[in-house]
Write a protein that binds this ligand. Structure first.
Ligand code: HSE
Length: 304
């Protein structure tokens, strides 16, 4: 049995970025999770979680994004031993900043390293996205791809991901201190099965312009492309004062503002981040929130 321990850091991420539902993701600087993994004799997954919001995260492996990754590896490779995983959260959970994705990404990278599985980048994304599915009820790769690869990612069919370096720009993330049970499932259930053609056309326009902004390294065009007619109007109902916060961010100089991933966090892109953060917090009135100042990172998950 392998007794070495592997430690991996994985950044959090913002998925969707406005127009790119389930397609776009960006990795976040200085916000992420650490995962420590080793093998154990018993064929089970033992977990501990410490750090931000740890008490809110289930440690039953079947319903934890990290645990689900390890159970899958044990099954797929018919392992006789199990794993002990210790997670140190640097990301708030159920907030929309890719917390479960970061843990799943870090765990996939750690188990690949520990067991010498030789997984390709695409296989790592597939494995981590399976872990996401255990939490969200629906596997999606936008968060895990950004966490694993860093930068700006575009997820295609079958976890076929294109990655580009992200433009440098300030990002403010307002994390509401509200509890939404089964948050990602709930946020997905709010969405309609069919969408309006004119709204779809608008989103395609903004998504293509965002991709061009990344290619051109144009942070202003990037921020101005954060517009979403398909998802935001449906999910805004679960976030108190969403429209006021968005308006305040734009007035304070943000180029764009929308729901971060499945929410309820709200992110804004632009400078000066201090003014934008202050305006957003004020518009959130008496609802408790935490504010994070960050920026994109081009470094994905790494063994440390
Ligand atoms: N693309 C996913 C969603 C991200 O919006 O449901 C969830 O974190």
């Amino acid at each position: 049995m392998n007794i070495k321990q592997v430690k991996v850091y994985s950044p959090g991420s913002i998925a969707n970025l406005g127009p790119g539902f389930d397609v776009f993701g960006i990795a976040l600087d200085s916000l992420g999770d650490f995962v420590y993994l080793r093998q154990i004799q018993e064929p089970v997954v033992e977990m501990t979680i410490k750090g931000i919001g740890a008490e809110k995260i289930p440690i039953k492996p079947e319903i934890n994004s990290s645990g689900a990754v390890l159970l899958k590896v044990m099954k797929d490779y018919e392992l006789q031993n199990g794993f002990r995983v210790d997670i140190r959260k640097g990301l708030p959970s159920s907030a929309g900043v890719g917390s479960s994705g970061a843990s799943a990404a870090a765990t996939s990278m750690a188990v690949n390293e520990l067991m010498d599985l030789g997984l390709s980048p695409k296989q790592l994304i597939e494995l981590a996205s399976y872990g996401e599915g255990a939490v969200a009820g629906h596997p999606h790769a936008d968060n895990v791809a950004a966490s694993l690869m860093g930068g700006f990612v575009m997820v295609g069919e079958g976890c076929d991901v294109i990655r580009m370096d992200a433009p440098g720009i300030g990002i403010v993330v307002l994390v509401p201190q509200i509890h939404i049970p089964n948050k990602t499932r709930t946020a997905r259930e709010l969405l309609p099965e069919k969408v309006n053609l004119a709204d779809a056309v608008k989103n395609i326009g903004h998504a293509t312009r965002m991709t061009a902004a990344v290619a051109l390294r144009d942070p202003v065009l990037f921020g101005k492309s954060i517009c979403d007619s398909l998802i935001e109007p449906h999910r805004a109902v679960m976030i108190p004062h969403f429209w006021d916060v968005k308006e305040a961010a734009l007035r304070a100089g943000a180029y764009g503002c929308s729901i971060s991933g499945g929410g309820p966090s709200i992110f804004a892109v632009g400078e000066p981040v201090g003014d934008i953060a202050k305006a957003m917090t004020k518009a959130f009135k008496d609802v408790l929130s935490k504010i994070f100042h960050t920026q994109p990172t081009n470094r994905g998950a790494m063994v440390i």
